[in-house]
Design a protein around this ligand. Structure first.
Ligand SMILES: [Cu+2]
Length: 176
């Protein structure tokens, strides 16, 4: 079907020379390899323990945390996140400046090849600004992650108290 469509569009002559056929075959083969490659490549990102911090009704900001695993060789880059529970969704980090913990907006969070990026309280996080509704304990919030190469990954993040289910205890900061 795809072959016919291509042929029609390009209006190839009735009689195909052998080299044309060879070209067609290698083109199709390249496409198949490409598609197989894309599937394998998409599976190289893994999201672990996605969660959204439970906040009291009326509070307008929250944050999402998770661990992003990159099973591929090359670095990946999280460049945006989207969710309909908030008016704006931003990538943030906490930095220590003049002895104070401050939040900074980031353009991207890098996930090294065969490495991970940990989004957790006091560190990298996805900031949910202007919550469009109250969060309920235990509910799942859909968050779409957008990567530099255009890949989008949808994750269901569970609303829970921050710190629960996380490996790293958080003594350093209660600020975020
Ligand atoms: Cu923040």
């Amino acid at each position: 079907m795809r072959r016919r469509r291509l042929r029609d569009r390009r209006q190839w002559p009735e009689q195909h020379s052998e080299s044309n056929m060879t070209k067609t075959l290698s083109f199709l083969l390249a496409m198949v390899i490409c598609m197989a490659g894309a599937a394998a490549w998409a599976a190289t990102l893994e999201v672990q323990a996605p969660m959204v911090r439970m906040v009291p009704p009326g509070q307008s900001v929250s944050a999402a945390f998770m661990v992003l695993h990159n099973h591929g060789m090359s670095e990946r880059s999280l460049v945006a996140a989207h969710s309909d529970v908030a008016d704006a969704v931003e990538l943030h980090n906490h930095i220590m400046e003049d002895g104070m913990m401050k939040m900074r907006r980031l353009d991207a969070i890098a996930i090294p090849g065969h490495g991970q990026a940990v989004l957790q309280p006091g560190g990298f996080h996805i900031m949910l600004i202007g919550l469009s509704r109250s969060l309920e304990m235990g509910e799942q919030v859909l968050i779409e992650l957008e990567f530099a190469d255009g890949e989008r990954l949808a994750v269901d993040a569970v609303v829970q108290m921050a710190g629960v289910g996380q490996d790293h205890s958080d003594h350093s900061s209660h600020g975020d």
